[in-house]
Design a protein around this ligand. Structure first.
Ligand SMILES: [Zn+2]
Ligand SMILES: [Zn+2]
Length: 137
């Protein structure tokens, strides 16, 4: 169990139960922006028998405390991201892969009296693997 994760959870007012530590740890290690179902299935493969409801509630708690955020790449699919700081995303239109793209947060020239709370940048196209298969056909 990672003590850095325990500390981070405590700092954000989250009591670090072993489920929470495992789920947060999985989220930070994964570069795939998993859904609740992905997290549930992957942890189960590793022998952690948390219920789907536990995963769901834990992820919602992390969101509420601001230690993870959602990635809006598809309107009906909620994916989670524990990568800190602003970055853009790339979504493959063929296989659905979502990658982090380093990028400065864009600043609009003039927003009048609007107040921006979140910026979401998603590029879409074909990933390297899917470009290869496209060329074969
Ligand atoms: Zn792809
Ligand atoms: Zn990301």
């Amino acid at each position: 169990m990672s003590s850095r994760t325990v500390e981070l959870l405590r700092k954000h007012g989250i009591s670090p139960s072993s489920q929470r530590v495992h789920i947060y740890h999985y989220l930070t290690a994964s570069k795939e922006h998993p859904t609740v179902d992905d997290i549930y299935a992957e942890l189960q493969k590793d022998g952690h028998l948390f219920s789907r409801a536990t995963v769901y509630n834990t992820v919602n708690l992390f969101l509420e405390k601001g230690i993870i955020h959602t990635v809006q790449a598809e309107p009906h699919e909620m994916r989670f991201d524990a990568s800190p700081g602003f970055h853009a995303h790339f979504k493959c239109e063929s296989c659905g892969l979502i990658l982090d793209i380093p990028m400065q947060e864009p600043r609009p020239d003039d927003i009048g009296n609007l107040k921006i709370s979140r910026t979401n940048v998603v590029f879409s196209g074909l990933c390297g693997e899917c470009q290869k298969t496209e060329h074969k056909e």
